[in-house]
Design a protein around this ligand. Sequence first.
Ligand SMILES: *Cc1c(COP(=O)(O)O)cnc(C)c1O
Ligand SMILES: [Zn+2]
Length: 464
Amino acid sequence: MTPAVYQKCIHPACGGTADLRDTHFACPKCGGLLDVAYDWNRLPVPKALKHFESKWANRTNPLDFSGVWRFRELLPFAADEHVVTIGEGQTLCQRTDAVAKFVGLNAGGLFLQYEGMNPSGSFKDNGMCAAFTHARITGASRAACASTGNTSASLAAYCAATQLMRAVIFIGSGKISYGKLSQALEHGALTLQIHGDFDDALRRVREVSAKLGIYLVNSVNPFRLEGQKTIMFRVLEAMNWSVPDWVVVSGGNLGNVSAFAKAFSELKHLGLIDRAPRLAVVNAAGACTLYELCEKRGLRWRNGAFDRAAVDGYYAELSARGAKADTLGSAIEINQPVNLPKALRALSCFGGVARAVPDTEMLDAKAQVGAGGLGCEPASAASVAGVKRLVAEGVIDKDARVVCVLTGHLLKDPDETVAYHTADKATFDAKLGSRGVTSVSFANRAVPVPNDLDAIVRAIQSHA
Ligand SMILES: *Cc1c(COP(=O)(O)O)cnc(C)c1O
Ligand SMILES: [Zn+2]
């Protein structure tokens, strides 16, 4: 008899499986991606989502305090004594009318799911606690990742806080914000700077992990995505268990959208929701593989039989042109997303769409998120910029209820924010013009004032 929890190839025609404890994170038959699979008939599942509210009464138990493990009956791959938590997932889903207005939605239509509130400041902690839990089951002593910054910050924080494993971090020579790098260094991770971009770093970390038996925590690891499912559980909870019309998220390695889709598939399968939202993924224009393949070239999941040659062909074109991913949204500066097949499946199951936004629109959307009261990093704001486009196109109805996931905290990348708000046009063009950003709409410049009371008073009054 198959066990109640195992790993299963995402390609229905393949049927490959792997043991729960396997750490290769590739199908043994076809090399494809794996899902964590559950035989729900043999697992205790609550009858209604309202059940999870009862956990709030039990917050002194760290497993019930965690915004991930509170939902552990919906990611039941570990016994309680193996669960790793540092208090992740205490996040907020905030209705934000000022930003709704900016994107063209009616008041009450836009909700921002603020994952910057996690211990390391990004949504990555949702997945890291699940990966650490799996690593603990397998007895691993070292963990590695390639990272544009937030995965390494999260890995380093979990290693430091739990002392369960030692961290090895691969960063490329592309952009990494100082906020994120400082976290990796401060938490004591071994940090290797590879000459190459993120895609190169990821290839190397997979080789090295296999060679040295180091536990891999990139989002090719399906256990991370189990933890990331809970972002959607918390969204539903915040909406009193009603289902929004759209969930919109920025796309890098496409782990989040894959996790969200798995969450909704399972909730539907279990009869815990009766309809699912549509999904939208927003790439940066300078790293827009999903958008290019799905929206421009018509790539579809086709129940797993998607056109791989079209994907390989596109990657070959990019490398023939010497095109590297390039965006100020450094967290989504990725041209070869490892979870592309899962994202294709997600879009096909949930009426999904992909869009790409230029950096100018991303930064303007970010400034509007900030003006609305929550701060996020550039990559996160691609979601809001994407909603603005989708509303303008008529794809999202202006009276729809839309959730944008803000993936990372404003303070991850203060350099970009200060550059946006303070630079005069010439400085801005010099710094950012090479990336096609030549103007910004919502700059809030610091006002120089002489050290003189009257002048200060005049300056304040003229800004009344
Ligand atoms: C990792 C990350 C992303 C991309 O998420 P994927 O799941 O890889 O698509 C987006 N925003 C931020 C802030 C991130 O750290
Ligand atoms: Zn397979």
